[in-house]
Design a protein. Sequence first.
Length: 278
Amino acid sequence: MRESGVHMGDLLNAVWLGIVEGLTEFLPVSSTAHLLVTENLLGLNKGQWEAFTVVIQFGAVLSVVAVYWRKIWEVVTGMFTDAKARHFALAVIVAFLPSAVLGVALIKVINNVLLDPVRAMPVIAVTWILGGIVILIFERIAPAPRYTDPDTLPLWKAFQIGLCQCVSLIPGVSRSGATILGGELLGVERKAAAAFTFYLAVPTMLGASVFELYKKHDALTSANMTTIAVGFVVSFIVAYVVVKTFIAFIGRYGLKPFGWYRVAAGLALMALMFTGYR
């Protein structure tokens, strides 16, 4: 990203990355992997775009707040007076804690090894393929659902879903995919698991975004604010559409389309690497 002025190439890159983030953040395809691959394909310097990436992820999480603001407001205002709201809030907190603790403990490994643009590419290709196969298999073997309401999940079930979310610290492993599939295997109905995943995304992504922005705040300068703002708005709009339509989509088609997509994307990335792409 340039130090002064606004370059048209930077704005176009911001639009592309905003679309990729908004489109993939809540789909079981791994937004982190798609951003890393897209940055490499566009020839972007990861260090110069790190703060930008954090901000557009923040834009995506705000789309969940915009879609579910009534529910979130009811929970926040009713935590101390309504038993159901209090239980739901505790379930989200309990599910959030495992990845928060593990993420902080492994932050250096995640940033220096797992998110290194060169080292991450083979990992992404493999996890895309394996994740796709897992989706296709788990869609067949998932037990009959016993929990159909995300508001009343037992706390221990919520904690187990939170443990599943920890796997998404690996590039190419989708946070939403891990929690939805984990929820299904734990007896949570698919649409209920997807809804709980959206709620869980708010503290998870908000916490990660605030933490990363604190570390990278020096990169937020007046020179790149226009580019960052464009990416933020694009990410928010695209993610809003995805959040509004995703639950209905998987209710009708399941997760199999994403499984096949992951396998195809992983094979395509492997082919690119064999031709010299890094």
